[in-house]
Design a protein around this ligand. Structure first.
Ligand code: SPD
Length: 433
C-alpha cells in the first residue's frame, strides 16, 4: 500500500460464528490479543466485558491504534473494528485470523483509509518520527481487564480476574470454573454461581461448622456433609480430634478433583483418614442411611438450582431428621433473606414443620463474594439443646485461640443468632431465643 493516509480502518462483519465462542469473554479476549499479534501490532492493554444475558465487548489498545469487538451470540454475529497505522502492521492478517478463531461461516469487510494525507497539513512543531509514524512507546505496560460476572435477574457482581481460566469443565452435572481473581484469589464457580474463594472462604466454612460443633461438644463422632466437595467444611470439622467419621456426599467428582488440584488450602483435609467421600446423589444417600446414625448433618449446597435443587426439599429434610441422633444438629446454608426472600421463608417454614418452631434457628454471616453480602445458615436441633443457653463460651474461646480461627469466636457465635427486625417479620418470629 502506498502511504496515502495516517491509518487503515477495516470494518468487519462476521456471520455464522460459534455462539459459544461469541459468549465466552476469555476466548474472545484471547482471540483479539492473538489477532493483534498476527497483525504485527504491539499490545498496550485490553479490556473485555461479558454482558447480560449474552455478548462480549472489548478493545485491545495497540501501539498502532486499536482492535475492537462486539458480539451477538444469539445471531452468531460479531462486529469488529481493526484500526492500524504504520506500514509493518497488516490489519488483514488480524481479519483472517479472527474469521477462523470465531469459526465464522463468512465475513464481510470494508477498508477505509483514515486521515487522508492529501487533505491534511502538518502543524509546525508537531513533528513525527523520521518515518512519519508515531514515536515508539518505550516498554509498553501490558494490562488486561477481564471480568467474570455472576448474574441474576436483577443484580450482578463482577470480579476482575487475570484473564485465563484456571479450570473449566462441563461435568456430568454442571459447569465448573475456577478463576484467578485479583480481589479474592482463586474462585470456584458452579453454573455461573460463586461458591467459594481463597480469600473469603474462611467465613463461610468456619461458620457452617463451629457453631454446631461448639454446641455439641464431645457428643459428636459421626458427621454427614451433603455437598461440600471443595473440602472447606471438612477442613474445619477435622480440627476436632474426637470426631471419628465424616461422610462427604458430593455428587460431582470433578468438583473434588478441581478443588484438590487448584484450591489446596481449602481442600487438603479431604485426605484426612476419617473422611469418606461418596460420589453419589445426596438425596438417595440420605434416603437409605440408617436412622439415628449421625450426630451432625451439614448441607453445604449451592443455590437451589441444578443438582442442588432437591437439597431444599421437604422429603430430603425429613430424612435428615430421621438419620439424626436424638440431640443431633442439622446445619444448612439457607441463602440470603435479601437475595431470595421467598425461598428463605419457605425453607424455614419447612424446617419448622419438621423440627418445630422452637428448634430452628437462623444465623447470619457476611460473605463479600455472595449476592447482597448477607448470608444465612439454618441450625435445626433434634432434642433439647439451645444455641445460646447451652453454649460454653470458655471452651469455644480456647478452641478459637488454639486453632487461630479467623472469623468465628464466642462474640460472633452469640451475635450471629441475633435476628434483624426485617428477618423476624419475614419469619413471623415469636421470641424463642
Ligand atoms: N450463592 C452461592 C451459595 C453457595 C453456598 N455453598 C458454597 C459451598 C462452599 N463449600
Amino acid at each position: 500500500m502506498s502511504r496515502d493516509s495516517l491509518g487503515r480502518h477495516v470494518l468487519v462483519e462476521f456471520f455464522g460464528c460459534s455462539p459459544e465462542i461469541l459468549n465466552d469473554v476469555v476466548a474472545i479476549e484471547h482471540a483479539m490479543l492473538t489477532a493483534a499479534e498476527k497483525a504485527g501490532a504491539t499490545i498496550i492493554n485490553s479490556t473485555f466485558h461479558h454482558f447480560s444475558p449474552f455478548g462480549v465487548s472489548g478493545v485491545v489498545v495497540v501501539q498502532e491504534s486499536h482492535l475492537a469487538i462486539h458480539t451477538w451470540p444469539e445471531y452468531g454475529y460479531a462486529a469488529v473494528d481493526i484500526f492500524t497505522c504504520g506500514e509493518p502492521v497488516d490489519p488483514w492478517a488480524a481479519y483472517h485470523y479472527l474469521k477462523k478463531a470465531l469459526e465464522a461461516d463468512s465475513g464481510a469487510a470494508l477498508e477505509m483509509h483514515r486521515g487522508q494525507l492529501d487533505i491534511l497539513s502538518k502543524y509546525p512543531g508537531w513533528e513525527l518520527s523520521e518515518n512519519g509514524y508515531p514515536q515508539q512507546v518505550l516498554s509498553p505496560t501490558i494490562t488486561r481487564n477481564v471480568w467474570f460476572t455472576e448474574r441474576h435477574e436483577y443484580i450482578a457482581q463482577s470480579f476482575r480476574h487475570r484473564g485465563d481460566v484456571v479450570y473449566r469443565k462441563q461435568s456430568d452435572y454442571q459447569k465448573i470454573e475456577i478463576y484467578d481473581t485479583y480481589a479474592y484469589g482463586k474462585m470456584l464457580v458452579l453454573d455461573g454461581i460463586v461458591q467459594t474463594s481463597e480469600k473469603d472462604e474462611f467465613i463461610y466454612h468456619e461458620m457452617i461448622a463451629h457453631p454446631a460443633m461448639q454446641l455439641l461438644g464431645e457428643d459428636v463422632e459421626r458427621i454427614l456433609i451433603v455437598g461440600g466437595g471443595d473440602g472447606g467444611t471438612v477442613r474445619e470439622l477435622c480440627r476436632y480430634t474426637h470426631v471419628k467419621h465424616i461422610d462427604v456426599v458430593e455428587i460431582d467428582k470433578d468438583v473434588v478433583e478441581a478443588s484438590r488440584k487448584y484450591l489446596p488450602s481449602i481442600s487438603y483435609a479431604l485426605d484426612d483418614e476419617r473422611v469418606h467421600i461418596h460420589h453419589t446423589d445426596g438425596i438417595k444417600f440420605v434416603h437409605s442411611a440408617d436412622s439415628e446414625h449421625y450426630d451432625l448433618v451439614i448441607v453445604d449446597s449451592s443455590d437451589p438450582v441444578g443438582p442442588s435443587k432437591g437439597l431444599f426439599s421437604t422429603e430430603f429434610h425429613r430424612n435428615i431428621y430421621r438419620i439424626l441422633e436424638n440431640g443431633g444438629i442439622m446445619i444448612a446454608q439457607s441463602e440470603s433473606p435479601f437475595f431470595k426472600p421467598d425461598l428463605f421463608i419457605d425453607f424455614y417454614d419447612m424446617l419448622e414443620d419438621i423440627y418445630s418452631e422452637e428448634k430452628v434457628f437462623p444465623y447470619f454471616v457476611f460473605i463479600p463474594t455472595y449476592p447482597t453480602g448477607m448470608w444465612s445458615f439454618a441450625m435445626a436441633i433434634k432434642g433439647n439443646r439451645h444455641p445460646i443457653k447451652d453454649f460454653d463460651e470458655e471452651k469455644a474461646r480456647q478452641f478459637v485461640d488454639e486453632h487461630r480461627l479467623r472469623y468465628y469466636n464466642p462474640e460472633i457465635h452469640r451475635a450471629a443468632f441475633a435476628m434483624p427486625n426485617f428477618v423476624k417479620e419475614m419469619l413471623d418470629v415469636r421470641e424463642h431465643a
